[in-house]
Design a protein around this ligand. Sequence first.
Ligand SMILES: CC(C)(COP(=O)(O)OP(=O)(O)OC[C@H]1O[C@@H](n2cnc3c(N)ncnc32)[C@H](O)[C@@H]1OP(=O)(O)O)[C@@H](O)C(=O)NCCC(=O)NCCS
Length: 204
Amino acid sequence: MKKSKTVRIIKGSIGIIAFLKGKRVTLRPVSEKDIPLFLRWFNDPEVRQFITTIFPVTEAGEREWVEGLTKKSSTDVVLVIEVKGVPIGTMGLHRINWQDRTATTGAVIGDKRYWNKGYGTDAKMVLLDYAFNTLNLRKIMSTAIAFNRRSVAYSQKCGYKIEATLSSQHFRNGRYWDEIILGLFKEQWLPYWQKYCQKSARNS
Ligand SMILES: CC(C)(COP(=O)(O)OP(=O)(O)OC[C@H]1O[C@@H](n2cnc3c(N)ncnc32)[C@H](O)[C@@H]1OP(=O)(O)O)[C@@H](O)C(=O)NCCC(=O)NCCS
């Protein structure tokens, strides 16, 4: 088994910042400079139909959210996904519970050109490595609205199993949809991680 992929590269004052490194993506901390991108991504109807945002996302609101991340640093870890230095979205661990050792992952690739190209799976695998092998969490959850088949599929690619369905939980596009709840224990994830590391070694 390869050792944990958690890295911290900080070059100069404004150079490359990498907190986690996958095969094809880098995950780095959120910066105030990302706010214009967040406005574009989270207001886009094609993107926000999949997430909880129903009101317009404003610059002031995003500034408050970014500032609040520092205060919530023991319960939420939010990172920007980059591909070759280009920010494409965000991914995070939310509602970390240190007694139960659980958390929920959330992700938004806001730049639609990068959907369905494997970047989400790559980012999620290294975030899970951080969750299980650095934070020592035990179980990670994920939820998706039932029509978001891609979200369910990419979580399953990382080892998550569907644990429950909440009936008619969300109102979208004029009707109610179920919510799919997925869960992943560290032991279930380890074989997927092993495969991921083996593939990485072959590709390097
Ligand atoms: C969900 C998201 C993070 C996934 O990242 P991604 O990089 O697009 O996903 P990947 O390419 O790694 O994997 C997607 C998988 O879903 C599959 N898929 C795509 N559409 C599908 C569909 N309608 N039904 C079933 N599977 C589907 C793809 O074929 C792929 O599997 P494969 O690699 O075995 O072919 C990203 O698409 C996104 O941010 N979408 C918009 C916001 C969102 O939905 N966020 C999640 C909220 S729960």
